[in-house]
Write a protein that binds this ligand. Structure first.
Ligand code: PMP
Length: 426
């Protein structure tokens, strides 16, 4: 049996930094990444057989917990019939019908293979549809690693202190206007100045890539208002939030109408998937209906569709979300109480099935500057204490945590008990 230390040494020989996505390298928190071997329900198991209660959940997709039997069986069934055809299948129709029936304002939807592809394609479509070049995003929001969107981005880009990556041509970055999340005033000012040039606003309706920062009342409404007034396309990036706030995503939860929506993670049930869809008039501009080009060899992959459809079946049960929301809230309340008991300055945010903890004396966190002012050193030490105690949190203080329907009250209690000990040991 190899240890994580041994595997990390081997991994670094031929994989840049030993990982295939930067945040996995534990660069922010230090130490050796845990190499995982298998998973089941709320738990992941490392290469040495140690069990962890998992709040990363593959960075969001595993809304029903890991290795759900219905999803696993759907994948096996489809694998027996073929892995990929590069031709249309009935499964794709089922997925599109399903998404358009569930998601508000989704008339047409195109499947892709990742969240990055979904957002990249959605902004190309918005630019093609409006004939404008400028896009608006928000500091600390991450929409994948395509050139136009890797400007002042969150998640791994924040962790590594690469707010805008080398390799993104300045000429392209110049078309990306970055504003402050939850600052409606700033949005009004930008649109008063540049509204005619703005193709789209892209936003995480709940920011999950600078820890967890829900929208302030009125913020999303302001985005809707300025987009409608200026003819810009409002893209709600629900790659992370989709199906984590109820079936209709954060847009249903907050009652905001999107022009285009991007999805990923949950709709693939753990397989590589993304999607973008929205109003017919805009989506009709996509090839082969319209002139805006977008394509994919493996897009609509039958195994991924089977996994996604099995997932949608289960989460559509009428009583699926209420207990999950309640447990997310209970976890946050328990963490705050444990911190208070041990005299640690700490607060939480949560919305739907997402949560985040902040080492700060501030009573509430609403924006990127506040997130950046939190005590990351303390988080890093706390993270390792939790990991030692068998709780797997995201290995960076700029990431949201996730709950699944497989997490039980006992898991939540065990997590809070571990957190209390970890706070006390700081
Ligand atoms: N948009 C959001 C809101 C995300 O959280 C992510 C990934 N965490 C992406 C887009 C990119 O998705 P992917 O990693 O599948 O390319």
């Amino acid at each position: 049996m190899s240890t994580s230390v041994q595997l990390f040494d081997r991994a670094r020989q031929h994989i840049p930094g030993g990982v295939n996505s930067p945040v996995r390298a534990f660069k922010a928190v230090g130490g050796t990444p845990v190499f995982l071997e298998r998973s089941d329900g709320a738990y992941v198991y490392d290469c040495e057989g140690k069990r962890y209660i998992d709040y990363v959940l593959s960075w969001g997709p595993m809304l029903m917990g890991h290795n759900h039997p219905a999803v696993r069986e759907a994948v096996i069934r489809q694998a027996e019939m073929g892995l990929s055809f590069g031709a249309p299948t009935e499964l794709e129709i089922a997925m599109a019908d399903r998404l358009c029936a569930i998601m508000p304002n989704m008339d047409l939807v195109r499947m892709v293979n990742s969240g990055t592809e979904a957002t990249m394609s959605a902004i190309r479509l918005a630019r093609g549809y409006t004939g404008r070049d400028t896009i608006v995003k928000f500091e600390g929001c991450y929409h994948g690693h395509s050139d136009s969107l890797l400007v002042k981005a969150g998640s791994g880009a924040l962790t590594l202190g690469i707010p805008s990556s080398p390799g993104v041509p300045a000429a392209l970055a110049d078309h990306t206007l970055t504003l402050t999340y939850n600052d409606a005033e700033g949005v009004h000012e930008a649109f008063a100045r540049l509204g005619e040039q703005i193709a789209c606003v892209i936003v995480e309706p709940v920011a999950g890539n600078m820890n967890c920062v829900p929208p302030q009342p009125g913020f999303l409404e302001t985005l809707r208002e300025v987009c409608t007034a200026s003819g810009a396309v409002l893209i709600l990036d629900e790659v992370m939030t989709g199906f984590r706030f109820g079936l209709q995503g954060a847009q249903g939860f907050y009652g905001i109408e999107a022009d285009l929506t991007t999805l990923g993670k949950v709709i693939g049930g753990g397989m590589p998937v993304g999607a973008f869809g929205g109003k017919r008039e805009i989506m009709e501009q996509i090839a082969p209906l319209g002139p805006v080009y977008q394509a994919g060899t493996l897009s609509g992959n039958p195994v991924a569709m089977a996994a996604g459809l099995a997932t949608l079946d289960i989460i559509s049960a009428p009583d699926f979300y209420a207990p999950l929301f309640a447990r997310t809230e209970a976890l946050c309340q328990g963490l705050e109480a444990a911190a208070a008991e041990t005299g640690v300055a700490f607060t939480t945010n949560h919305a739907g099935t997402m949560f985040g903890g902040f080492f700060t004396a501030e009573p509430a966190i609403h924006n990127y500057a506040q997130v950046m002012a939190c005590d990351t050193e303390r988080f890093n030490r706390w993270f390792h204490l939790m990991l030692d105690a068998g709780v797997y949190l995201a290995p960076a203080s700029y990431e949201a945590g996730f709950l699944s329907s497989a997490h039980t009250d006992a898991d939540i209690e065990a997590t809070i008990a571990a957190a209390r000990d970890a706070f006390a040991a700081l």
